[in-house]
Every structure is written in structure tokens, then in C-alpha cells.
Write a protein that binds this ligand. Structure first.
Ligand SMILES: [Zn+2]
Length: 69
């Protein structure tokens, strides 16, 4: 379904332009954007988890090396 922002009506995808006003509406892909956002969110989640874990691992390694030395 396409949506005409001018007339505020929905019309068929097969129609190139709005049947009421004839204005061509840009093709919207609402499914692509939330996927990208969730991927960005996942990246942030990994960053938020990964950085403290990395710091913890390095800290532990330093503590172990100090105890060994
Ligand atoms: Zn229209």
C-alpha cells in the first residue's frame, strides 16, 4: 500500500501516482529502517558489554602477572 500525504489516502502499489491528485509518492521501505536500528542497538549492546569485559580481562591479567612476578 502506498500513502498519499497530500490526500491522506491509501492506494494500490501498482498505481504509479495517487489516483486522486496524481502526485507520485516516494517508495517507502518501513521494514528496512527498524532492522538497521536494531543492528545499531545490537552494536551498542556489544560495545557496552564488550568494553567492561575487556577492561576486566586486562585488569585480571595484570593482577595475575603481578602475583606471578
Ligand atoms: Zn493524492
Amino acid at each position: 500500500m502506498k500513502y498519499c500525504r497530500n490526500c491522506h489516502i491509501f492506494y494500490s502499489n501498482s498505481a504509479a501516482a495517487c489516483p486522486k491528485c496524481g502526485i507520485e509518492q516516494p517508495e517507502e521501505a518501513p521494514q528496512a529502517r527498524p532492522a538497521d536500528r536494531s543492528e545499531v542497538r545490537r552494536d551498542w549492546l556489544w560495545l557496552l558489554i564488550g568494553v567492561p569485559v575487556l577492561i576486566g580481562v586486562v585488569y585480571c591479567a595484570v593482577l595475575i602477572l603481578k602475583q606471578l612476578g
